[in-house]
Design a protein around this ligand. Structure first.
Ligand code: ZN
Ligand code: ZN
Length: 224
C-alpha cells in the first residue's frame, strides 16, 4: 500500500502541482509562468488605477524587458487584456522618461520581485514534500514533467533526509535517461535503412533535453 502523504503536502498547492506534472516541462517553471501571467492579467484588467500598482509600474519604467513583452503577448491573446490598460500605464512611463531628460533610471521590476518570492515559497513546499513523503516522490516519478536543472538543484539544496535525496536523484536520472533513449531512438530511426515508425515523443525529445538543462521557455526568469 502506498504510504500516506504528510498533511503539509495536501494543502492548496497540491492540485496546482498535480496539474503541472501533466505537462512535459519543469513543474516549477510551469507554475511560475502561470503565476506571472495571472499577476499581469489582474493588474491590467482591474488594478490599472490602483495608486500602489501605478507607482511601482512607473517607478520600474514599465517593468523589466521580459515582463514588458509579456504584456504585449497577453494583449494579443488574453481575453482579459485589451490595449487600454497598457496605454494608460505606458503613457505615464513615457511622460516620465521625457521629464527625466530621456534617462530611464528605474527601480526593480515589481513582477520579478513577486515571482521570486513565490518561487522561493513553491520550492520550499516541494522540497519539504519530496523530503518527507514517499507518496509525493512517487507522484513526481509517475508524472510526465521533469524538473529543470535550476529547480532540481534548488530543491535538493533544501532537503535534509539522505534517503529521500538519493531516491529523488534516482527518479530524476530515470526521467533524463528516458529522454536520452528517445533521442537515440529517433537518431537511429532516421537512418535511411530503418523502416521503423517514428513517434512524436522521439521527434521532440531533444526539446525535452533542452528544457531539462535550460528551464521552460515560458518562464524566462527575470532580466532585471
Ligand atoms: Zn524549472
Ligand atoms: Zn520583471
Amino acid at each position: 500500500m502506498m504510504p500516506e502523504t504528510k498533511s503539509e503536502c495536501k494543502d492548496i498547492l497540491l492540485p496546482v502541482f498535480r496539474d503541472s506534472l501533466k505537462k512535459r516541462y519543469c513543474p516549477i517553471c510551469t507554475i511560475l509562468s502561470n503565476y506571472e501571467v495571472s499577476i499581469l492579467e489582474s493588474i491590467l484588467y482591474e488594478r490599472v488605477n490602483d495608486p500602489g500598482v501605478r507607482r511601482e509600474f512607473i517607478g520600474s519604467m514599465g517593468l523589466c524587458k521580459h515582463h514588458a513583452w509579456l504584456i504585449v503577448e497577453l494583449s494579443e491573446k488574453s481575453t482579459l487584456v485589451d490595449n487600454l490598460g497598457p496605454s494608460l500605464l505606458y503613457r505615464d512611463v513615457l511622460a516620465l522618461y521625457i521629464r527625466q531628460d530621456l534617462h530611464s533610471k528605474r527601480e526593480t521590476c515589481p513582477i520579478c520581485r513577486e515571482v521570486a518570492s513565490y518561487e522561493k515559497m513553491i520550492v520550499n513546499w516541494v522540497s519539504q514534500c519530496i523530503d518527507t513523503s514517499d507518496w509525493f516522490r512517487s507522484l513526481y516519478s509517475h508524472g510526465k514533467a521533469v524538473f529543470c536543472d535550476k529547480h532540481y538543484h534548488m530543491i535538493v539544496s533544501q532537503m535534509r533526509n539522505p534517503h529521500a535525496i538519493e531516491e529523488f536523484k534516482s527518479i530524476q536520472r530515470e526521467k533524463l535517461i528516458t529522454i536520452l533513449n528517445r533521442i537515440d531512438s529517433y537518431i537511429s530511426k532516421k537512418d535511411y535503412r530503418s523502416k521503423q515508425e517514428i513517434g512524436e515523443e522521439e521527434v521532440y525529445a531533444w526539446i525535452d533535453a533542452l528544457q531539462a538543462l535550460k528551464g521552460d521557455r515560458s518562464f524566462r526568469g527575470c532580466s532585471g
